[in-house]
Design a protein around this ligand. Structure first.
Ligand SMILES: Nc1nc2c(c(=O)[nH]1)N[C@H]1C(S)=C(S)[C@@H](COP(=O)(O)OP(=O)(O)OC[C@H]3O[C@@H](n4cnc5c(=O)[nH]c(N)nc54)[C@H](O)[C@@H]3O)O[C@H]1N2
Ligand SMILES: Nc1nc2c(c(=O)[nH]1)N[C@H]1C(S)=C(S)[C@@H](COP(=O)(O)OP(=O)(O)OC[C@H]3O[C@@H](n4cnc5c(=O)[nH]c(N)nc54)[C@H](O)[C@@H]3O)O[C@H]1N2
Ligand SMILES: [Mo]
Length: 792
């Protein structure tokens, strides 16, 4: 398909929004999506439009000086870590070490537009509830603590001291600490995360749900059980050494754009790249590197050597089929295909796996994947040809009922030929939020292992609770059933992000008190408990000055590299506290001197927190020194470094997983929810999805043209999308546009978070409890009414 003419996005900065405020609606909002334009999808990503798009929104949203200070400091060694994703930094940084979507994220945070005290009088909570995520985000940065009393429809400004007093009083009055849940989103720094989990455990609960529960939990679960660690077994440099990189269930062109540079470099070094996806995503087809002249004027790099257009949820079958072919090749020429030495010394379960895969039925594989035998043969041949293979993946694998089993099949395939623990090879979940991995390392998890809790006990002299706490889905159930009465969130937007919007919002409204530590407004500030607090915080771009001077924080990227992050611009308002300060002051207000932690010291000097981290967190010894090394340091990783597998047997486990795939009743489709190019999770920057040809609207459902015909629907017809789930609850998205799109047969796609309405709360991945956001059965019918609903 030929690229169409490119126009610029609506500005990301809030200036324009505020000019027309207080009831500004952008194009799409105003017209109730009637402005939506559908063009042809792009076959390439980035290049000139990517580079241009990077800077225009920044300049418009922040002005020249703030743009310079932020964009030039992004991902530099003495700058701040981009908050848009967890993609790692190369050793040699370029002057512009950022992508278009990173620039949007920075602009969105570092905007000088703020919410003043008058806003709260003008906008009651009931009004905020009627606003879109886009509108809420565009109001600007939060600048002062506000409180909504029970029975009141308004937030009202109050002092920090009063805010902490109210929250401490509420928490102290609970019958049990387990009646509170403390959520974390993955932007929180290591220092804030460590202090937060310490406070929560000293308070007496393990109720530490986080965004990871909805994200890569399935990866952590599968890898923990098979290789003993839930993190990537590669470093950045391994991409350049691989012979084959298989990118499964991931859309890097939009969600990890700088990964395309690493893939391009790998190609230049001779690697083959395979994309496995129901959607032909732009960046995986062709890439124009905005950092290179060639990328600016040329056709760019043909990215994928093979595009495997798998059906939603078909990856488990595909992986089993490839492993089966590997074993068949070994049977044909014994001793030449498998890595026998590695399997003998380091692995367990080969016989069982061989016996199990022999039974895998090719017909079932073809039905599950929607592929031809030749496609699978080709992929297997590439795998067999390659000496060093990396498999990467993201939400297209984790957010499925069989997500854990599917990722275990990735490990099986890699282990068979020794593709773990050698240069240029390995398993690589590509994480989402920029510090979601670090937060876990620091103890943000409802089920941290005993060794970590023992270390807390040794270091701080109190016995942390041992019983597992609630994850995100369980927290919503707890709120629904009245087991959870206070909900606090360090960042994020849980009601916007979790499945089953109707049920989740009803549950959240049942809370006695909800508390959000945030930079900007979102749905979670509008759907709240009887009492509600908003505690505004500094963002990562901002200078964080404390009593001992300017502080930095630290973060861990998706390949276990830990490095410092320094804020660069003046905080947008004088009354903001850092996350560390908020947590430390709250801990003092709630715990007093109950535990021997120097909370005042934490806030004064983050080195003190890091000192404790070095005693408690495995692999972080000498943290203060190592974090100050040029470029930070790599956390140790047994499988990667020495083929040591910290499983109960000390071996990497090949596992047997019974094949299961989604069967859809006649007349239905399987629907996934995914991200547009103009959003960061529930944050909506704009209403275009450039690479997929969508402009000025988000209410679309992508359907294969043959399925449209089969369902008797026209391209661009208005439709209602009904969830098919037999629990008696009606779940429907009304007034969406059916868009003919080359996705796999029988599969459909709509944008997250809108599509969360369709995902039942109990529809979760086995083992990890992650909402199955990538596979709900739906019926798509002509719209009952053509009235469009408000946009997100
Ligand atoms: N700009 C930007 N960057 C982001 C984010 C953002 O919202 N915006 N979010 C961040 C976060 S938290 C995360 S977790 C990551 C998410 O990064 P991604 O996982 O890339 O995000 P999604 O948009 O959910 O895309 C899922 C991809 O998997 C494919 N897929 C869906 N189901 C299947 C399947 O069954 N099999 C296969 N093989 N493929 C499937 C979809 O077609 C799509 O290409 O991005 C991070 N980075
Ligand atoms: N249907 C469906 N649902 C999904 C997904 C999907 O693919 N499909 N993806 C899931 C995934 S992968 C994830 S990670 C979750 C995301 O879930 P969350 O992490 O809860 O959601 P976000 O939208 O990333 O949170 C954005 C908010 O964080 C706040 N914020 C931003 N920066 C900062 C900061 O520096 N400090 C603080 N304190 N607050 C800040 C802002 O107020 C902003 O509005 O959603 C999940 N839900
Ligand atoms: Mo995520």
């Amino acid at each position: 398909m030929t690229p169409k003419k490119v126009t610029t996005n609506p500005p990301v900065g809030a200036n324009q929004a505020r000019e027309k405020s207080p009831v500004h609606l952008d194009d799409a909002d105003e017209a109730g999506e009637s402005t939506l334009e559908v063009g042809s999808p792009k076959s390439w990503a980035a290049g000139v439009p990517g580079a241009l798009h990077s800077t225009i929104p920044a300049l418009e949203g922040m002005g020249v000086s703030r743009s310079r200070k932020t964009l030039l400091a992004m991902n530099q060694k003495d700058g701040f870590d981009c908050m848009s994703c967890a993609w790692p930094d190369p050793t040699h940084r370029k002057t512009f070490e950022f992508c278009e979507n990173g620039a949007k994220a920075v602009t969105w945070e570092a905007t000088p537009v703020t919410i003043g005290s008058e806003f709260w009088a003008e906008h009651p909570v009931s009004d905020l509830r009627d606003r879109s995520e886009y509108w809420l985000g565009m109001q600007g940065r939060l600048t002062e603590p506000v409180y909504k009393a029970a029975g009141d429809d308004h937030y009202r400004p109050l002092s920090w001291a009063e805010a902490f007093r109210l929250l401490a009083e509420k928490l102290s009055g609970l019958d049990s600490p387990d009646q509170a849940a403390f959520y974390t989103s993955g932007r929180t720094s290591n220092e804030a995360a460590f202090a937060y989990q310490l406070f929560v455990r000293a308070f007496g609960t393990n109720n530490l749900p986080d965004c990871s529960n909805m994200c890569h939990e399935s990866s952590g679960w599968a890898m923990g059980q098979t290789i003993g660690i839930g993190k990537a077994t590669i470093t950045y440099d391994d991409f350049g050494k691989a012979d084959l990189i298989i990118v499964m269930g991931q859309n890097p062109g939009t969600n990890h754009p700088r990964m395309l540079t690493a893939l391009e470099e790998a190609k230049e070094n001779g690697a083959e790249i395979v994309a496995v996806n129901p959607m032909p995503e732009a960046g995986l087809r062709r890439y124009k590197n905005p950092q290179k002249v060639k990328g600016i004027i040329g056709h760019g790099t043909e990215m994928a050597d093979q595009f495997v257009q798998v059906r939603l949820g078909g990856d488990m079958a595909l992986l089993q089929a490839v492993s089966k072919r590997v074993l068949a090749a070994e049977a044909a020429k014994p001793g030449t295909v498998l890595d026998h030495e590695f399997l003998r010394e380091h692995c367990q379960g080969l016989e069982e796996l061989t016996a199990h895969l022999a039974q895998v039925d090719e017909k079932a594989v073809l039905a599950a994947t929607g592929l031809q035998t030749a496609d699978i043969d080709e992929l297997a041949a590439r795998y067999l040809r390659a000496e060093k293979v990396i498999i990467t993946w993201a939400m297209g694998l984790t957010q499925h009922k069989k997500g854990v089993a599917t990722i275990k099949e990735i490990i099986n395939l890699l282990l068979l030929r020794g593709n773990i623990g050698k240069p240029g090879a390995g398993a690589s979940p590509i994480r989402g939020h920029s510090n979601v991995q670090g937060d876990r390392t620091m103890g943000i998890w409802e089920q941290m292992p005993p060794a970590f809790l023992d270390a807390i006990e040794r270091e701080f002299g109190f016995d942390p609770p041992r019983e597992h706490g609630m994850d995100s889905v369980e927290t919503i159930r707890g709120l629904r059933d009245g087991r959870v009465k206070v909900f606090m969130a360090l960042g994020g937007n849980l009601v916007g992000a979790i499945s089953d919007t109707g049920a989740a919002e009803a549950a959240m409204r049942g809370a006695e008190m909800t508390v959000q530590v945030s930079t900007k407004l979102n749905r979670s500030h509008a759907v709240v408990g009887d009492e509600a607090l908003i505690l505004p915080t500094k963002g990562r771009t901002e200078i964080d000055r404390q009593a001992t001077g300017e502080q930095f924080v630290s973060v861990e990227d998706t390949v276990c590299a830990v490095h410092p992050s320094w804020g660069k611009v003046r905080p947008v308002a004088p009354n903001l506290l850092s996350e560390v300060a908020i947590v430390s002051r709250l801990a003092r207000a709630v715990l007093g001197t109950k535990v021997g932690v120097d909370w005042v010291g934490f806030e004064r000097d983050y080195d003190l927190i890091r000192e404790h981290i070095s005693h408690v967190v495995a692999g972080c010894d000498d943290y203060n020194a190592k974090i100050r090394q040029d470029g930070g340091f790599l956390l140790p990783n047994g499988p990667r470094d020495s083929r040591t597998f910290p499983t109960p047997t000390g071996k990497a486990m090949l596992t047997v997983n019974d094949l299961e795939y989604l069967d859809r009743p006649v007349g239905t489709l399987i629907l996934q929810s995914l991200r547009s190019h103009d959003q960061f999770n529930t944050t909506i920057y704009g209403h275009d999805d450039r690479y997929r040809g969508i402009k000025k609207g988000r209410h679309v459902v992508f359907i294969n043209p043959n399925d449209l015909v089969e369902l008797g629907l026209d391209d661009e017809q208005m439709v209602d999308v009904h969830g098919v789930y037999d629990d008696g609850v009606e779940r429907v998205l009304r007034g969406f546009r059916a868009v003919s799109y080359p996705t796999a047969r029988g599969c459909a796609a709509a944008y997250y978070p809108e599509a969360n309405v369709l995902v039942p709360l109990d529809h979760v991945a086995e083992g990890s409890n992650t909402p199955v956001s990538k596979a709900v059965i739906v019926r798509v019918e002509p719209a009952r009414t053509v009235e469009a609903v408000p946009t997100t």
